[in-house]
Design a protein around this ligand. Sequence first.
Ligand code: AAO
Length: 464
Amino acid sequence: PQAAAQRATPDVGIQLFQLPWSSIADECEATLGPSGFSWVQTSPPNESIARDEWWASYQPVGYDLDSRLGTRDDFADMVMRCDAAGVDVIADAVINHMTGQDAAGTGFAGTPYAHYEYPGLYGADDFHHCGLAQGDDIVDYTSREQVQTCELVNLADLDTSSPHVRETIVTYLDDLLSLGVAGFRIDAAKHMAADDVQAIVGELPEGTRIVSEVIRGGAREPVQPEEYTGFGEVFEFSYPRDLGPQVQSAAFADPVLEGDRPLLVPADKAVVFVDNHDTERGEAAVTYKDGPLYVIANALMLADDYGTPVVFSGYAFTDRDAGAPADAEGAVLPASCEGATGPADSYLDGERTCVQSWTAIAGMLEFRAVASDAARLRGVEAGSAYGFEREGRGVVAVNAGDDDIAIEIPTSMPAGDYCDAITGGRDAVIDSGCRGTTYTVADGVARFSLAPLTAAAIHLGSQR
Ligand code: AAO
């Protein structure tokens, strides 16, 4: 039966938040490549202010690749090793702004700077000073002018309409491309006019992947993600805002399956996620702190048919600002995920969540490889349980509630026994049977008995 389970190469990313380059390289070889992640999104690679908080990475001092996460050589080595493992690198590009500290200082790699003065790169004339609010800060997101010409939390806002600024940014991005990165997350893209972003990325080689961060605001916000889809993809925040609360409340509703989902960008422009480094500290309904519910949310996303999913993996925190564990010089410590198979009951601050290593995630990547070309059929609800079929190729089911639930999902998959990809992971079929739970398809129905807070997934490649 495994031979029938042809595999596509699914487009699935993993955000490895604040993980040093040497560790990402190890992850590419040990886990990301073998599990079938096609790209990894890194934290910003350039020199930033020297502070312990994670968000120091979002205050560029310059574009030398020398940061708390590693040197230029470390970065280049990571890109090569990931590429050899079949994993593209998407770098987080902070190009909307420079630092936000009022006082002058010295960057992580020793470069002196002042607010609005970055020797060799930018001077006072290269920045917006909107004059619309105290301290030039954005206070009103319903004003396009404020959003795009005032400062995001005091960060020196580059005038991205200026030829010099554009050239300087393009030179930086070209440098990263010369090391082999496949593309960029464009940080704070909402705060740059879409025309400016388009002009900048238009200078990059064709095929460079661009994913813009444009947080979907309310209808009253004039700057919408749709403006940024002409030259790349965008993170679609409506997706986690829909999925997360459903999982959290164990009350599922089917998405609209015909065409693109309302209020969401077209599927081929959408990068979707359960949470990211901002939302796990903010609006996300479900994060690593929710353990099994987080597995359920990720399983549903990876089984779904809308957008390109990106899984998030960071470190545990109680203080929102706390950086990843670092040495005395501020360099973030390497971390290994060996032995991590699922969410822990509790975490110490700074402990890596290692989501990329979880058995269920590897299993769902295989599910996606086998089933993602098939239609996503209407879901079935049974109390707090919910599931759906990817027509003829896979079925996923979850129970987000507190009671045992039996759920039956009609399917055109061949009758037989299947090994569960959630508990059995990738290659869940073994000589003696299944690595994890066994489920049966009979009479056109897949039957699952699900304990509270568990998930199940079967696919053509997991038939016994
Ligand atoms: C730090 C300090 C500041 C200090 C500053 C300068 O915390 O106190 O002033 O340094 O010294 C990160 C951290 C910041 C940090 C910054 C620089 O999060 O704390 O500031 O680095 O070190 C907006 C942007 C969006 C941005 C987000 C944080 O549009 O681009 O704010 N995300 C990226 C990164 C992020 C990073 C930066 C940008 C800066 O991912 O990590 O900041 O490089 C509404 C708007 C959104 C807006 C949010 C937050 O969203 O729509 O556009 O995001 O508000 O202000 C509902 C609503 C939704 C709303 C959302 C809020 O869901 O529907 O509209 O809630 O969560």
